[in-house]
Design a binder for this molecule. Sequence first.
Ligand code: NAG
Ligand code: NAG
Ligand code: NAG
Length: 446
Amino acid sequence: MSQGSQVLLLGAGFVCEPAVQVLSDAGVHVTVACRTLAAAQSLTKSLANTTAIELDAGDDEALSAAVGKVDLVVSLIPYTLHPAVVEAAIKHKKPELDQKAKDAGITVLNEIGLDPGIDHLYAVKTIDEVHRAGGKITSFTSYCGGLPAPANADNPLGYKFSWSPRGGLLALLNPGQWYQDGQIAKVEGKDLMASAKPQNISQDFDLVGYPNRDSVSFREFYAIPEAHTVFRGTLRYSGYPEIIRTLISIGYFSQDRLVSLDGGNKTPPTWLQLTAQLLGLESTVTQSQVRDAIASKVQFLGSNELTKVLSGLEWIGILNETEPVTPKDTPLDTLCEVLQGKMAYADGERDMVVLQHIFEIEHADGSKEKRSSTLIEYGEPIAPGYRSAMAKLVGLPCAVGVLAVLEGKISMKGMVAPWSDPVIAAYLTDQLRTKHGIELAEEVIA
Ligand SMILES: *[C@@H]1O[C@H](CO)[C@@H](O)[C@H](O)[C@H]1NC(C)=O
Ligand SMILES: *[C@@H]1O[C@H](CO)[C@@H](O)[C@H](O)[C@H]1NC(C)=O
Ligand SMILES: *[C@@H]1O[C@H](CO)[C@@H](O)[C@H](O)[C@H]1NC(C)=O
């Protein structure tokens, strides 16, 4: 029984609201704890059976006291704090977290969101079905992206930020590796954007995908040693990688200290002057000289692409001859500031999450099949109390996982990955579908 259970939820970010709502509806008492009381209160104020408290999860004693009062803890705070939360939940001293959790008889449910979370649940669903029938997964590719809905992808990058872009931009320099036709294929961080390829997921939008870090370990993780291709990627609207690649080439992703351009006279440079400086040009160059310098830096672009990229750069404002820069510590920080300002979601706009797995299957009788599993989820229009697609797809699986633990559906102890047991995975996917209408649509495509 989950009714009357006590849950401590750490965090007050955008993914918390759907989780708190579902738990409160189920009669679970939720204590929302955040470093700022007001943030916690904003989540609890309209919900029955909830309490808001101020808590710094970095304060071991306060954390331990709060954890001691409840049946279950949900950590929706940055992952670097998760070990401390698990420690507080265990309160024993043994060398390894998993064994500690087992010894303490507690379940630590991990990675129950979107990615990781729903993506893995639906990967193992099909893999398990195929394996049970004696078949093989010869290829697994998966793409996921959190994007603006098509109608709101109305800037040259086709992208918007709900929070600081810095981490997301730096991730565009991550190297990637995956299995391709039985070999390990790699891309260096500097070439990640160049590796983006068109993805035909829906005729309603034009997406491209590029590798999402290390997919190699997923062959073992998904127990598909037979797969010659294992690839996980990130989705963006087409046009995005070319603009990012150009910004990187110019030097806007540099984390070196920005050398002052003011020559001591405290006049901030214009955007054109800063761009010229990053390109190694004199600050007196004209806009057309800067355009030429960019064109010669990005010879990888076709002339059509170059025209689009330059108009994108103009839209961002980095070719502007009159507007002064507000310089930050580094070129990257200076760029982040302007992107955050120009590419923020506005009221009434919606986000979208796209997730697609493609499985190539060889059945026991030797016949072949290509199957897709696809989720396209739209957020609610931005307004007070709205739920973004991302919040739904991270927060609702979390709530479903919490209820499953409270109701004894997951009785394994120690660190439990929701997909590690097909029975648990099936239960969670079933709950997500029937209670929240979240599911991946499966289709035989070849
Ligand atoms: C809180 O939940 C309990 C069941 O756990 C229920 O009896 C009680 O009415 C709820 N309180 C409110 C204010 O909804
Ligand atoms: C894209 O997918 C649609 C079906 O969704 C198909 O009709 C079309 O031919 C595909 N286009 C390409 C270029 O593969
Ligand atoms: C340059 O910036 C100024 C001030 O923000 C703006 O008024 C002007 O339209 C911009 N120029 C171009 C070409 O975008």
